[in-house]
Design a protein. Structure first.
Length: 261
């Protein structure tokens, strides 16, 4: 038996069914994409940060995992600020770019919304095991077994891409073909990895077919995908954050429905 170190914080999200995490993320995102305003996005983001404290993810892991979201959000805001809808006072104008009060407000709302949607998706999915996700999709959502098992096999092969890339690079260096022409080398190496991936996928498909994974009979599953009050609580939390954000936007008069005029 492995002893649990009490000094290491336990992530309470880890035992939750991956389908519940997926559902909570989708419910929250659905509420936030209905409107483009900074009030709903900021309220949702604040509530999410409070929840993140209780999840107790290590700080280093949190910042490393969510770094792409923190980088993408400001870049999206810059684009919206330059080319978004022009309203009010125009502060800067050059060629097709025009920065105005309306575009800045829209950019702020977009940045906050990207963070509010992207951060919980990363945090909730960072510890998901692909096999548990496949079990949940097949047993709880009743998705076709062929689709689920094929996707699971593909996800398992993703980790091999980096190893294959390193092996190809070392092999080309050993043959002396990687000393010059960096762009051409990368293109040739990418094509070689593409061919290798097709061959490996074909071999895997043949092996899975030989073991009966493509049969039309009702499949059984080695592990049960649990679902209980904990899963409903996670989904309710995601929906509650989204609804509170909507209420705050409506109450403040900042509600801006995406299909409105």
């Amino acid at each position: 038996m492995t002893a649990v170190n009490p000094a290491i914080p336990v992530n309470p999200v880890i035992p939750v069914n991956p389908v519940a995490r997926l559902g909570a993320t989708l419910l929250l995102a659905l509420c936030l994409v209905l409107t483009i305003d900074w009030v709903s996005a900021s309220v949702a983001l604040v509530l999410e940060l409070v929840v993140f404290v209780f999840i107790r993810m290590p700080a280093r892991q949190f910042w490393l995992r969510t770094l792409p979201v923190w980088v993408a959000a400001p870049l999206t805001g810059v684009t919206i600020a330059l080319y978004g809808r022009t309203e009010g006072t125009v502060f800067f104008e050059f060629a097709f770019a025009r920065v105005s009060e309306g575009s800045i407000t829209l950019a702020i709302a977009t940045v906050l919304r990207v963070l509010a949607i992207g951060l919980p998706a990363v945090v909730l999915f960072v510890t998901i095991d692909p096999t548990e996700l496949a079990d949940g999709l097949a047993q709880r959502l009743r998705l076709p077994a062929r689709f689920v098992l094929g996707a699971l096999a593909g996800m398992r092969l993703i980790s091999l891409f980096l190893d294959d890339w390193r092996s190809l690079e070392l092999a080309r260096r050993a043959r002396g073909v990687a000393d010059s022409g960096r762009i051409r080398r990368l293109a040739g190496q990418a094509f070689a990895l593409f061919v290798l991936s097709i061959r490996r996928g074909s071999t895997l498909a043949t092996a899975m077919e030989a073991r009966g994974f493509g049969a039309d009979v009702q499949r059984t599953w080695a592990r049960e995908s649990p679902w209980g009050a904990r899963e409903w609580l996670v989904m309710a939390a995601g929906l509650s954050i989204g609804l509170v954000a909507i209420v705050a936007a409506v109450a403040s008069g900042r509600w801006n429905f995406i299909v409105g005029p």
